[in-house]
Design a protein around this ligand. Sequence first.
Ligand code: NAP
Length: 352
Amino acid sequence: MKKQAKRRVGILGATGTVGQRVIHLLRNHPYFEVTALAASDRSEGKRYVEACNWKLPYPMPDAVKNIVLQPNQPPLKCDVVISSLPSDIALETEGAFAAAGYPVISNSSSYRMDEYVPLVVPEINPDHLDMIPHQQKKRGYGKGYIVTNPNCTTIGLVLALAPLQKAFGLEAVMMTSMQAISGAGYPGVASMDILDNVMPHFAGEEEKVEEEPQKIMGKFGKNKYTPAPFIVSAQCNRVAVQDGHFECVRVKLKKKATVEQVAAALAAFTGLPQELKLPTAPAHPVIVRTEKDRPQPRLDRDAENGMATVVGRISKDTIFDFKFTLVSHNTVRGAAGAAVLNAELLVAKGLL
Ligand code: NAP
């Protein structure tokens, strides 16, 4: 790609679990530099180093330490906004930034199912970004727009479903998750609720996993998304794992296949980010492990710097056609890494 001045990035929700990951991923980034940070009125006016309870096992980048936190409202000194706000706040705030002319790349759920907003996984549906001019017209955003990435459980799942849909067609999917505590942000679930326990319900999660895959894997044409015609049944649980969502998946396919063909289709999967060699793109978005005891969150969540879905235990199922398990890093591929990869794709497509 032609060398250009770095795009200036503002981060909304910069002090949170996802915001910290975005800051880490953007350190020394070839396309982007962080120039503005925003958080709640608890943090506003403080330097980032004072306001942020930094929880990553890497040092806070020097470049952000002295940036003074601003309120989550325009104007911000940046060319693009990456938002990791709680969804109730994101609806109004992200809309306000788009209306003020900022491209907004969102981790929140508020706009994911909006009929004019692309819900993008760059390996699967980069063409869905073609909605942007129509969104701008419909919403009166001018140069601004909103692009979203999926729920942290959905994204690991769709990276494994997309190659199967392409090779064999998909009829039905059943998914049971064991999700990491970092998925609830910081401080998240009380330790006395999660230790020695499994938490079986968190509001809206199952509904998101049951509707987002069809939008992502559906078709875009004539300014309209047509969802892919398969059904998903999801049960989501929180377990005492720090990072990395674990999912047990069963699939019913349209065409007959063998275990070897399913494994080969998964392992061979690549897309536009790999072709374009985008900086955050994993070389292998899906990794297939053949050991009986893999994947595991602790051993596999960091594969490809946390950007790959690691699949294992592929076998025939007695009710559906096949079953397998997967691990996906919820705050990297499931949030910050997904947003950064979307931003890189937007640059590659000339939209940023
Ligand atoms: P978090 O750790 O709780 O961080 C929330 C951030 O939002 C903090 O920067 C906080 O600022 C700010 N904030 C909170 N209340 C605010 C308010 N009233 N006004 C303005 N700013 C406010 O949450 P998170 O885990 O990073 O999640 C952020 C978003 O990403 C959520 O929509 C979540 O659903 C989504 N997401 C999270 C994950 C994950 O694995 N964690 C994955 C995918 C998507 P202060 O520090 O000043 O309070």
